[in-house]
Design a protein around this ligand. Sequence first.
Ligand SMILES: O=P(O)(O)OC[C@H]1O[C@](O)(COP(=O)(O)O)[C@@H](O)[C@@H]1O
Ligand SMILES: [Mg+2]
Ligand SMILES: [Mg+2]
Length: 316
Amino acid sequence: MTTTLADWLAAQTVDPKLASVVATMAAASAEIAAVLRLAPIEGHTGLAGHTNVQGEAQKALDVISNDIVLNHIRENVEISILVSEELDEAVHLENQGDFMVATDPLDGSSNLDVNVTVGTIFSVLDARKGLLQQGKDQLAAGYAAYGPATSLVLTFGASVVVFTLDGAGQFVLTLDTVAVAEASGEYAINTARERFWDAATKGYVAENVAGETGSAGKRYNMRWVGSMVADIHRILMRGGIFMYPLDSETTGKGGRLRLLYEANPMAMIVEAAGGKSTTGREGILELVPTGIHQRVPVILGSAEEVARVEGWYAKG
Ligand SMILES: O=P(O)(O)OC[C@H]1O[C@](O)(COP(=O)(O)O)[C@@H](O)[C@@H]1O
Ligand SMILES: [Mg+2]
Ligand SMILES: [Mg+2]
């Protein structure tokens, strides 16, 4: 018997209003998946012609995905605030609802032109507590990965589940307990940035490269998709570690990835699945945000690997 997202949400012991916010983000993701599938035929490719608040060139599909999310959110009276990578300011909706959504509507958009997996990431918070909340206060988090199949990964904090989009546009439960492997021999980092790395990152990666001939004592493999969603999905399915640490080039900005709609939701998901997350020096979910587009260092995945990186940071 198949379990649809609607069936599953109805069976959860969570506030039905919160469940409806998650259902709204799932519906937006299904629509984005449909647009992405036909984008090269419909001509939705290339740049939108403007930059977002972070100075990044927006792709046409970044803007389209953001509009799809905004339209769905406007339809749900439970949501009163939207924070998006693609919007300079938080949007305060006319709705009086108790929930806020923070989203990266299209993650990994530089991969669009080469037909490689991209995604939508979202975090759900209590709107009454303000815009700048710690990740540990998230009420739910999820992402959609638009790959060979469209996967929807969700957590309310206790466990992580995976749905797959079927031909009729419905999400069907395909994995009801995700557990991040405690140990792994796979790591993900952009090694082209090596000359900017700090001593901890250099030390950890050098051990991995040395494999069974070095102090790690086992062989490692490296994978870097360049879409955080795709890299994290691989780690949820078969273990590993994802790193976008602070380096000498990103220090002034605080890091590369954004706290509210990339680091926090992914950290909540990875931790709910038994993994760990850190900046190297503190837990991501403990950080107190200072701005809605704040950037932070991100290290998360299999507990043993994250602990090894923390060990390197503790040395200096
Ligand atoms: O281009 P780099 O430095 O490898 O960075 C890749 C990272 O940047 C991102 O693409 C940032 O996300 P956006 O595409 O939403 O801006 C992540 O998905 C990915 O992990
Ligand atoms: Mg992103
Ligand atoms: Mg994005």
